[in-house]
Design a protein around this ligand. Structure first.
Ligand SMILES: Cc1ncc(COP(=O)(O)O)c(C=O)c1O
Length: 491
């Protein structure tokens, strides 16, 4: 595919853009319980207008675009106040939870190197901590020391984390809330441990940081998790989740500027302009900041409180409704608005329920089984879903009944047989190559890049594989997916 020889007229161009998303998930109706955080049409219009207004401004150089500094400092101030930080708190705007987490990990690594001479840094993570910490460890050369969680509450086991501390530990991590089961780790106890051992503690409040304070104001028993807890040295909060900013809006906060200093990268030893970047990106649009600032001002505290009230009521009703369906049970006792459920029945597979829900117009997320947590269905309650809990529960009951008795297909069984014979001898060290993987996918009837209307085949295969092979399969899938079209442009 080459650049078109002549430019395309605007009308035709936008027609094509519209057509490209024909098969995208239809999220505006509130039936997609993952991926998109959507409050209302009005909010969507406001954030798009603000984003477009600042799209071309560049936050690379704060001296040239003071608007960017203003947005960033005001967003940080609002995040710090929301998370009860003191006057010393500083922070930065980032592109998302992953970037905030990577920066907090980099800061901890460099702080420990400077203050304690740690050269082989380790961070201690409960197994429920977001994968972004593992990505940070991978990119930044730290060892991730994973500790178990309580098997019933899915909260961090502080004693296990205490036992994992070594002279190389640079960071402890807790979540508020964790993504998989939506619970708040014992942050107060983790703060005590951090203070006792003079360690840094990062709270991943990417998911919960915005909504939990509202749930607390509505009378929920939300555990302490924010900057008011002694020992918390940094915290991340995403505005692009339940503050409904468009994607590309997160904040990482530090207890003070002396710590944050280790986050900043400056470079003046080359022929070009001197670089100083607080975050990962260098040149970047001011659009995401302008949009995040605008949504916070447009919706306002009272608007968010009302939204939280509606999410809270819907989540409570949803949890009760799921528990009332024979064969289903909740995984963990969600403390916010994400809900995971599974079935202990031999003849009922979570992935088949997901397919049956999809066939009824509901898009939910699969979570694979891992170390004591069963395969399960994950739902994020969104504002537009709040009015649709009853029809959802009706469809869930029907989907559960339809999924009951559906066995693993012969196809999946055969495929797993092939994988296990390939693995015999090699075990977890089995290295799948791209060609074998392509053949396996063809055997499973999975078209790379094809629609995943019924995804249970893939999920069952992944679930049956050991984690190292799951990771290889995912890598090879994506390696095959992102291949540029070789032929002329599709019209
Ligand atoms: C608890 C938690 N931390 C971090 C992240 C990563 O955020 P992002 O997808 O914005 O990088 C998520 C995403 O859902 C999350 O739930």
């Amino acid at each position: 595919m080459k650049l078109p020889a002549k430019g395309i007229p605007e009308g035709e161009l936008f027609k094509r853009l519209e057509a490209f998303r024909e098969h995208d998930v239809r999220w505006r109706d509130g039936r997609t319980l993952a991926y998109v955080y959507d409050l209302s049409e009005q909010v969507e219009a406001v954030v798009k207008r603000a984003y477009a207004m600042y799209l071309s401004e560049n936050a690379l150089d704060p001296t040239v675009f003071p608007s960017a500094v203003r947005f960033e400092n005001e967003l940080v101030a609002m995040a710090a106040a929301h998370l009860r930080g003191g006057p010393e708190v500083v922070g930065n705007f980032t592109s998302g939870g992953t970037e905030s987490i990577m920066l907090a990990v980099k800061t901890a690594r460099d702080y420990a190197r400077k203050t304690r001479g740690v050269r082989a840094p380790e961070m201690i993570l409960p197994v429920t901590a977001h994968a972004a910490f593992h990505k940070a460890a991978h990119y930044l050369g730290l060892k991730a020391v994973v500790t178990p969680v309580d098997p019933v509450s899915f909260k961090a086991d502080v004693a296990a984390m205490r036992a994992a501390v070594t002279e190389n530990t640079v960071l402890l991590v807790g979540s508020a809330v964790s993504y998989p089961q939506c619970v708040v780790d014992p942050i107060v106890e983790l703060g005590q441990l951090a203070r006792e051992r003079d360690l840094l503690l990062h709270v991943d409040a990417c998911m919960g940081g915005f909504l939990l304070p509202y749930f607390r104001r509505l009378g929920e028993p939300v555990p302490e998790f924010d900057l008011s807890v002694p020992g918390v040295s940094s915290i991340s909060i995403d505005f692009h989740k339940y503050a409904f900013a468009p994607k590309g809006a997160s904040i990482v906060l530090y207890r003070d500027a002396a710590l944050r200093r280790h986050q900043i990268f400056a470079f003046a030893r080359w022929y070009g302009y001197p670089i100083v970047n607080p975050a990962v990106q260098s040149a970047k649009s001011v659009g995401p900041m302008a949009a995040a600032w605008s949504v916070l001002h447009y919706v306002g505290d009272d608007g968010y409180l009302e939204m939280a009230r509606s999410l809270l009521a819907a989540t409570k009703r949803l949890k009760a409704g799921i528990e009332a369906i024979e064969g289903l049970r909740l995984v963990g006792d969600s403390e916010m608005n994400l809900v995971a459920f599974t079935s202990d029945r031999e003849d009922l597979c979570a992935f088949h329920i997901i397919d049956e829900l999809r066939a009824r117009g509901w898009f939910t997320h699969p979570q694979l089984s891992f170390e004591g947590a069963p395969a399960n269905v994950h739902l994020a309650v969104n504002p537009k879903f709040a009015g649709q809990v009853e029809p959802f529960l009706k469809d869930l009951a029907a989907a559960t009944a339809a999924a009951r008795g559906r066995q693993r297909s012969e196809l999946v069984e055969n495929l797993l047989g092939v994988v296990s014979s390939l693995a015999s001898g090699a075990g977890e060290d089995l290295e799948l190559d791209q060609e074998t993987f392509t053949q396996l996918m063809a055997m499973a009837g999975v078209e790379i890049g094809g629609s995943l209307e019924a995804s249970s085949t893939i999920n069952e295969i992944l679930d049956a594989l050991p984690p190292a092979l799951r990771e290889q399969a995912l890598t090879l899938y994506v390696n095959a997916l992102f291949v540029p079209p070789r032929e002329s442009a599709a019209t």
